[in-house]
Design a binder for this molecule. Structure first.
Ligand code: UDP
Ligand code: MG
Length: 312
């Protein structure tokens, strides 16, 4: 199991108290829980260490600073060793008890069972509205089918996780990458609970960043906006030119300054907009080209009795 943790001090005890029994019920001792502390500013790391000392099945992993949810999760996926990998959030919005039913689905011949939110308790209308708009927009731009209303809550087989780990890209929209991997995937509808404690770590700014990551890493459609816009404005120009010539042939003249100023402003902003979109892709290429590590680990605390020893 992999759980990224950022400022979740208040809810961690409750989380572990629910996750461990849920896994124990199915796998007895043959599992590990990787908790990734993503540079929390509160005492999350101490709480994680406290539990890791007590329970050899808990692996405590500390990143050198805050890397963001998707990279923290990537770090965890790189370190977890199980044949099946269960990903959930630290705030108990995804019920850990669903591991059993999801595993049952997986055993029917699937490689990924992803949680799909049928109801979202305790989330604002704004969050639900923007999420739905986002998935619709993404769907219209992307070839890979990315199911809507999903998070990173899912159960995956080893071969899927290995494929994810083999993808070197920096701007990671993990639920999209999982869709990209393919094999047999199935949705698992569930009701998303409200956050157990603390506050959401996804303010509007981070939501937009995630959306831009998703679009730019799965689609080049925005790059084509330039040519579409060009055609639209070209056509509009042609029509107005014909109009001007027509008026001139009638012996009149078209009034100038206001319309000219408006045209210059519109064209100027359209060009800057298109440049901005190009810049977004170019910047990402630049960052990817540097090949910096995706995450930096400060420390991993794994109990000396390893999973393999316990299994034998
Ligand atoms: N998280 C993280 N690093 C961050 C932000 C969030 O590891 O920079 C973790 C957080 O602890 C939680 C998960 O990502 O386990 C999802 O975050 P959150 O619950 O705040 O998002 P929401 O459910 O509101 O979309
Ligand atoms: Mg949450």
């Amino acid at each position: 199991m992999v759980i990224p943790v950022y400022n979740e001090e208040a809810g961690l005890d409750a989380l572990i108290a629910r996750v461990i029994p849920a896994a124990e019920a199915i796998f007895a001792d043959r599992f590990e829980l990787v908790l990734i502390n993503d540079g929390s500013k509160d005492a999350s790391w101490d709480v994680i260490c406290k539990h890791a000392e007590r329970d050899p099945r808990i692996v405590a992993m500390n990143l050198s600073r805050n890397h963001g949810h998707q990279l923290a999760l990537t770090a965890g996926l790189n370190h977890v060793r199980g044949q099946l990998v269960f990903v959930l959030d630290a705030d108990l919005q995804d019920p850990p008890e669903l591991l059993g039913p999801m595993l049952e689905q997986l055993r029917k011949g699937y490689d990924v069972v992803y949680g799909q939110r049928s109801k979202r308790h305790g989330e604002t209308a704004f969050k639900r509205g923007t999420a739905s708009l986002f998935y619709r927009m993404l769907g219209s731009m992307v070839d890979t089918h990315i199911p809507r209303d999903t998070g990173d809550f899912r159960l995956m087989t080893r071969r899927v996780v290995d494929q994810l780990n083999a993808m070197p890209e920096r701007y990671r929209f993990i639920r999209g990458l999982v869709s990209f991997v393919g094999f047999n995937q199935i949705a698992f509808p569930y009701e998303r609970d409200p956050r157990f404690a603390g506050e959401t770590n996804y303010p509007v700014r981070k939501m937009i960043a995630l959306a831009v990551d998703a679009v730019t890493s799965f689609s080049t459609v925005p790059l084509r906006f330039a040519s579409h816009l060009g055609m639209v404005f070209g056509l509009a120009g042609l029509v107005s030119l014909i109009g001007i010539v027509w008026v001139w042939m009638q012996g009149g003249t078209v009034e100038g300054w206001a319309s000219l100023a408006a045209l210059i402003l519109i064209m100027g902003s359209v060009q800057l907009l298109v440049l901005g979109v190009f810049g977004e892709y170019l910047g990402r290429m630049y960052m990817e080209a540097k090949q910096r590590p995706l995450f930096i680990i400060a420390e991993v605390r794994r109990h000396p009795v390893s999973l393999d020893a316990r299994q034998s």
